[in-house]
Design a protein around this ligand. Structure first.
Ligand code: NAD
Length: 300
């Protein structure tokens, strides 16, 4: 049993933590507004992927709620890479916007890496630009990618320290698993963990997950992780958001990568889906946009 082991599982509510983040951000927004600055985000959406549409709508709803500005610019599916890159160049020069976000995935004719490199690093509120990933790796981040940043905030809110723990991360994507692995192994208060990063080529996944004190799951495989993968008392962060069909009016429901019912008697803490990592990703996007506005205007 590790220090987290208990008889019942605690829910790590990203919804609750995001509310406290929004409360804390209010004074920074007020300060900027008094100086005539409204933090503003440009969101670029290419094509009509239904999941991307939902994410973009919930981001812009939250910006509105906080009295911030966001514009969604929609491009057709057949948009060219060069056309998109030159539009981003215009946004880089446009003082109206402090942050630029390109909703991923992009259609296959567009090279995502090239588009991310086209965004000015000072406006890259997703933190995906190679310059920003380099700064993060060096332990001196400018913008921390929103999902990993949100997970660190959940840990600090619930007093869960990664220091000295064995943290196993499932999934090595550039937006979740890889930056998470770097952040949790940095020599600082939110890091100091011993990290194992697993992926689709990992042999015998369970031999790693069963040794995890903290397990971060970002696979995109509905309810794959059940109690047979876990050790007693593990802390689970479920990043997955998967649509599975059901009998409801919408014909689908959202589930994570973790089988919620089966972890109840073995995990000590876990994030639910929905209401866990998802709301934190949006809260961190709001925070990063405010940081971008503060840095660009040199007001803070
Ligand atoms: P991705 O598809 O880019 O990467 C998935 C990773 O999982 C890859 O590294 C792959 O090697 C690994 N993988 C897949 N199946 C595996 C298996 N059976 N065993 C071992 N490794 C395996 O995914 P992503 O963009 O990181 O997203 C992962 C999930 O998280 C998706 O469900 C996505 O919708 C969700 N997501 C949620 C948020 C949020 O805010 N909650 C943010 C980003 C992504």
């Amino acid at each position: 049993m590790n220090q987290f082991a208990m008889n019942f599982m605690h829910v790590l509510s990203g919804k609750e933590v995001s509310h406290s983040v929004y409360e804390d951000l209010k004074s920074r927004i007020d300060f900027l507004k008094k100086k005539g600055v409204v933090p503003s985000l440009a969101v670029i959406l290419v094509g009509d992927d239904p999941a991307s549409n939902v994410y973009v709508q919930s981001k812009s709803r939250q910006f509105k709620k906080m009295g911030l500005h966001s514009d969604t610019i929609t491009f057709p599916e057949e948009t060219s890479e060069a056309g998109l890159a030159s539009f981003i160049e215009e946004l880089n020069q446009d003082d109206t916007f402090h942050g630029i976000l390109v909703q991923l995935p992009l259609p296959k004719q567009i090279d995502e890496k090239r588009i991310i490199r086209a965004i000015s690093p000072e406006k890259d509120v997703d933190g995906f630009h190679p310059e920003n990933l380099g700064l993060l790796t060096a332990g001196n981040p400018r913008f921390i990618p929103c999902t990993p940043k949100g997970i660190l905030r959940i840990f600090s809110h619930y007093d869960i320290s990664p220091s000295g723990k064995h943290i196993v991360i499932l999934g090595r994507s550039n937006i979740v698993g890889r930056p998470m692995s770097i952040l949790l192994s940095l020599k600082n208060d939110s890091g100091n963990g011993t990290v194992t990063l697993c992926h689709s080529r990992t042999a015998d996944l369970k031999s790693f997950t069963k040794k995890a004190d903290i397990l971060v799951v970002a696979l995109g495989s509905p309810e794959l992780i059940d109690e047979s993968y876990l050790k007693d008392g593990v802390v689970i962060v479920d990043v997955g958001i998967n649509r599975v069909s059901d009998d409801s009016e919408t014909r689908y429901k959202l589930v994570g990568d973790v089988h919620w019912e089966s972890i109840q008697t073995i995990a000590s803490y876990a994030t639910p889906v929905p209401g866990g990592v998802g709301p934190m990703t949006i809260a961190m996007l709001v925070e990063n946009t405010i940081e971008a506005a503060e840095q660009i205007t040199k007001l803070s």
